[in-house]
Design a protein. Structure first.
Length: 109
């Protein structure tokens, strides 16, 4: 794991919104490994089967608000390290975001 990712995971709660967005964009573009396409398809299918699109993110039955704007309910689970770059779908690699904030990180959404 990179030093940047460790630093982010240990300190993101104290970041300002601007700094948090900057870090999420940076980490989403960082390449750790390149995952072969057949394995990537399998990972994405497993993730999508578990989490249906446009469902509100819940934790212990409570609706989770976006971790960036802290206003809207989170409908997206952002992978801090993307699946194609070696990330996984475990809780430590997921970040709850609303649709608008997720578009700030990935313009293609």
């Amino acid at each position: 794991m990179s030093e940047d990712l460790t630093k982010f995971k240990n300190n993101y709660r104290s970041f300002s919104k601007e700094r948090l967005l900057k870090w999420l964009i940076k980490l989403s573009r960082e390449v750790y490994i390149i995952v072969p396409k057949d394995l990537l398809r399998k990972r994405r299918k497993e993730f999508n089967d578990k989490i249906k699109k446009n469902t509100v993110v819940r934790y212990n039955g409570l609706v989770v608000t976006c971790k960036l704007c802290e206003e809207d309910p989170a409908r997206h689970r952002h992978h801090i390290v993307q699946l194609q770059y070696g990330g996984n779908s475990k809780a430590k690699n997921l970040f709850a975001l609303c649709n608008d904030c997720h578009k700030l990180i990935h313009s293609w959404l």
